[in-house]
Design a protein around this ligand. Structure first.
Ligand SMILES: Nc1ncnc2c1ncn2[C@@H]1O[C@H](COP(=O)(O)OP(=O)(O)OP(=O)(O)O)[C@@H](O)[C@H]1O
Length: 262
C-alpha cells in the first residue's frame, strides 16, 4: 500500500483498538442493491469529522451502521473496539437524530430529558445530588439553564438540539453523532450551535456530523468523508476543498460557494 496516494492515509497506521469508530469494507443494502458499498473508515478519539454527500447517497444509512442500528451485509463495524450491533455502552454515544423530531411527542421538561442521560449510570429515578449537579452543568454548558423547566415540545429546533446534546453530556458521552443537526434552525442559532460543538470537541469529545451545508463543513470540521454509496474522499478539510471529489460525488455542477477565493 502506498500511503501517499491512499485516500485513507489520515487513518493509516492507527491503532484500531484505540479507535472510536472502525468500519472495514462495510456494504449494506435495504434490498439487493447496496446503498453503502465497501466503506472503510477509522475515527480516532477527539476527531471532528463531517460526512457529506448528495441526497440519497447513504449518509444516514452509514450513521445507522456506525451506531449499530443496522448490520452490515458484509464487512465489519466496531464502536470503541466492540461490534457496533452488540455495543452495550450506550452512554458513551450521544446520537442526535435528524431534526431530533422524536422529541416532539414527549410531554416532559428539558431537565427531565437531560436527566435521562444519567440513567445508564445510575438506573431510573435514582439520581444523587452529584448526578443532578452533572445534569445542571450539562444544561449550563449548552446555554439552556433558563429553559430547564420548559416542556421540550415548547422549544425551537435549535434549542431542542441543545437539549439533546445536554442529555449526551449528562451521560458523559465520548462520541457525539449528529445527523443534519441544524436543519430548520435559524442562521444565528446555527453559528452558536457550531461554537458549542467546537467547545465540546476542544474538551476531547469526538464529533461526527452529517451536514448538507458544505460551507459549514469547511468552516468547522477537521476531516471530511465524501460519500456517494462509496467513499469519494476521506482526509483533511482543506485537501477536500482543493480536490475534485465534490464534483465527482455530487456531479460536475457542484462547487463551493463559500470557499471560493475572492
Ligand atoms: N428504510 C429504508 N428502506 C429502503 N430504502 C431506504 C431506507 N432508508 C433509506 N433508503 C434508501 O437508501 C438510499 C440512501 O438513503 P440515506 O437516507 O442513507 O441517504 P442520505 O444520504 O442520508 O440522504 P439525505 O441527504 O436525503 O438525507 C436512498 O436511495 C434511500 O431511498
Amino acid at each position: 500500500m502506498t500511503e501517499d496516494t491512499d485516500v485513507t492515509a489520515t487513518t493509516a497506521g492507527t491503532d484500531r483498538e484505540g479507535a472510536v469508530i472502525d468500519l472495514a469494507g462495510v456494504t449494506f443494502g435495504y434490498a439487493s442493491t447496496p446503498v453503502v458499498e465497501d466503506v472503510s473508515l477509522t475515527v480516532d478519539p477527539g476527531e471532528y469529522l463531517a460526512i457529506v454527500g448528495p441526497n440519497g447517497s447513504g449518509k444516514s444509512t452509514l450513521m445507522g451502521l456506525i451506531v449499530g442500528l443496522l448490520d452490515p451485509d458484509s464487512g465489519t463495524a466496531h464502536l470503541f473496539g466492540e461490534r457496533a450491533d452488540r455495543f452495550d455502552d450506550g452512554e458513551r454515544i450521544g446520537y442526535v437524530a435528524q431534526g431530533a423530531s422524536a422529541a416532539k411527542e414527549m410531554p416532559i421538561t428539558v431537565r427531565e430529558v437531560v436527566k435521562m442521560g444519567r440513567f445508564p449510570h445510575v438506573g431510573i429515578g435514582r439520581l444523587s445530588s452529584d448526578d443532578w449537579a452533572i445534569v445542571d452543568d450539562a444544561l449550563a454548558t449548552v446555554g439552556m439553564s433558563a429553559f430547564a423547566d420548559r416542556r421540550i415540545t415548547q422549544l425551537s429546533g435549535g434549542q431542542r438540539q441543545r437539549a439533546f446534546i445536554a442529555r449526551a453530556l449528562a451521560g458523559e458521552a465520548d462520541l457525539l453523532v449528529l445527523d443534519e443537526p441544524t436543519v430548520g434552525v435559524d442562521a444565528e442559532s446555527v453559528d452558536a450551535f457550531y461554537d458549542l460543538l467546537a467547545a465540546l470537541n476542544a474538551r476531547g469529545i469526538t464529533v461526527l456530523l452529517i451536514e448538507h451545508d458544505l460551507g459549514a463543513v469547511v468552516e468547522h470540521a477537521d476531516r471530511v468523508v465524501c460519500l456517494n454509496r462509496e467513499v469519494y474522499f476521506d482526509g483533511p478539510t482543506d485537501e477536500f476543498v482543493d480536490s475534485d471529489a465534490l464534483a465527482r460525488a455530487f456531479g460536475t455542477e457542484a462547487r463551493f460557494l463559500t470557499a471560493v477565493d475572492g
